[in-house]
Ligand binder design. Structure first.
Ligand SMILES: [Zn+2]
Ligand SMILES: [Zn+2]
Length: 286
């Protein structure tokens, strides 16, 4: 969402880089205007620090680590990373309690309420409540300099809060967790299959395609599919399903990337230019 009060500023580049994705550990680095933050810390603290450093960023320079929820693949390294590098954590009250952060020595914790915008360094962050089997799971819209990134993994169905919240985003990272046929015929026990495909589990390729064809905002020019299951999905199946949805919607120009477990290179999120002024472009001479 383009945060109110932020004007179009083409020289301030918002960019992001996924450092890890999927059940082995999630983390996304976001950078703009001299500031950096992390979304999720689902890798071990040392591994996470190494990946942040390999992206050319000093872990101690982060202005926050946002936590989407308490599950291990999103919060595994949060407390020790916060303690070692002196970086504050932020997320819902439910995440704080369920991750047991009250019993940990951490640099600090900022509570995020759904739909309330907060500032972290040069960024504005807005949390959106999402349906997942966790204590207070959130998606985030991170904005800076007129560009905005929507970041949502781990949710079982699309809700209007997310669709509306992401409407103004220039780039969207969204999960495309499983192919329904592969999940149904795969090796997981029935109870786990039911959990994953339930309304508080994960998004299927088809759910994500539905979002792309019906909910994706006009401003969005890049989509990253993330948190793909290695057992119940295949990157090319996810890509084809999403591409077909974008083409049907008439949005084949949207850049589409599939994120593997090792993450991605940097993505630039350039803000959409302001709308053309209405009226004739040239002065009439006569
Ligand atoms: Zn997860
Ligand atoms: Zn989860």
């Amino acid at each position: 969402m383009r945060a109110r009060g932020l004007c179009y500023h083409p020289t301030t580049l918002l960019r992001f880089r996924v450092l890890g994705s999927g059940s082995s550990g999630n983390a996304t680095l976001v950078e703009a205007d001299g500031g950096r933050l992390l979304i999720d810390a689902g890798l071990g603290s040392r591994e996470l620090a190494e990946r942040v450093q390999s992206a050319g960023v000093d872990p101690a320079s982060l202005c926050a680590v946002l936590l989407s929820h308490e599950h291990n693949d999103h919060a595994r390294g949060a407390a020790s990373f916060s303690r070692k590098w002196g970086v504050r954590l932020a997320g819902s009250r439910g995440t704080y309690a369920a991750a047991g952060l009250g019993a940990e020595e951490i640099a600090g914790y900022d509570v995020l309420e759904p739909l309330v915008t907060r500032s972290f360094g040069p960024f504005t962050v807005r949390g959106l409540a999402v349906p997942h089997d966790a204590a207070g799971p959130m998606a985030f819209v991170v904005a800076c300099g007129g560009g905005a990134l929507g970041h949502a993994t781990d949710f079982g169905h699309l809700n209007m809060s997310l669709v509306d919240g992401f409407r103004g985003c220039d780039a969207v990272l969204i999960e495309s967790n499983y192919d329904p046929g592969m999940l149904r015929d795969g090796p997981y026990p029935w109870s786990l299959k039911a959990r994953i495909s339930g309304g508080y589990g994960h998004l299927s390729n088809q759910d994500t395609a539905r979002y792309l064809s019906n909910g994706l905002g006009e401003a969005c020019r890049a989509v990253v599919l993330a948190h793909l299951s290695e057992t119940n999905n295949h990157p090319e199946v996810a890509r084809l399903t999403a591409e077909t949805a974008l083409r049907k919607r008439g949005r084949a120009e949207v850049r589409l990337e599939i994120c593997g477990r090792e993450g991605t290179d940097w993505f630039d999120v350039a803000a959409a230019p302001p709308p053309e002024p209405r009226g004739p472009r040239q002065l009439r001479l006569f």
